[in-house]
Design a protein. Structure first.
Length: 157
C-alpha cells in the first residue's frame, strides 16, 4: 500500500479489526519512510449483477426491490421482518453463488416463489398472482388448487 503522504511503497499494517458491518476490515498502517500513520479499509469486491427484465431491458440488481416485493406479499401476514430478511439473504446468496454477471427476472422470481412458499401460503399466492400475471379467476384457482394439493401432501407425512 502506497503512503498517502510521501508516496513510498513500504508501509506496514500495525492493527486490523473488522468494521461494524463485518463486511470490511479497517487497517491502521505506518509508513516505514516518513513514519506517518493512516487508515485503509479492505472490502470484498462483488460482481456487479445485471437483471434481465421480461422486456429484455437490463438494469442493475437492487436488493431493495426484492425486499419490497416480499414485504408486499407478506403484508398483514404472520411473517416477521427477521423471516423476510433471512429469506432475502438466502435468495441473494443463491443469486451470487451462481457467479454470473446476469440473471433473468424470471429466475429471481422462481427463487422468491420457492422461499415465500415456505413462509406463508397466502403470501405465496399474493406473490404468484403478480409474478405469474394471472389473467383471470380460473388461472388464480389453478394455482390455489396446486397449493392446497401440496399442503395436503405435507399434512399426510
Amino acid at each position: 500500500m502506497k503512503c498517502p503522504y510521501c508516496s513510498d511503497d513500504d508501509t506496514r499494517v500495525i492493527d486490523s479489526r473488522p468494521v461494524e458491518d463485518n463486511n470490511s476490515i479497517r487497517r491502521r498502517r505506518i509508513c516505514d519512510k516518513c513514519g506517518r500513520r493512516f487508515t485503509t479499509y479492505e472490502k470484498i469486491e462483488t460482481i456487479p449483477l445485471i437483471v434481465i427484465k421480461k422486456d429484455n431491458n437490463r438494469e442493475t440488481y437492487d436488493r431493495s426491490k426484492l425486499e419490497a416485493g416480499i414485504l408486499r406479499a407478506c403484508h398483514k401476514r404472520p411473517v416477521s421482518i427477521n423471516q423476510i430478511k433471512t429469506a432475502v439473504d438466502e435468495i441473494e446468496a443463491k443469486i451470487y453463488d451462481r457467479e454470473e454477471k446476469e440473471i433473468s427476472s424470471e429466475e429471481i422470481g422462481e427463487l422468491v416463489m420457492e422461499k415465500i412458499h415456505n413462509l406463508d401460503p397466502v403470501a405465496y399466492v399474493r406473490f404468484a398472482s403478480v409474478y405469474r400475471e394471472f389473467k383471470d379467476a380460473e388461472t388464480f384457482m389453478d394455482e390455489l388448487k396446486k397449493l392446497l394439493k401440496n399442503e395436503k401432501k405435507k399434512g399426510s407425512k
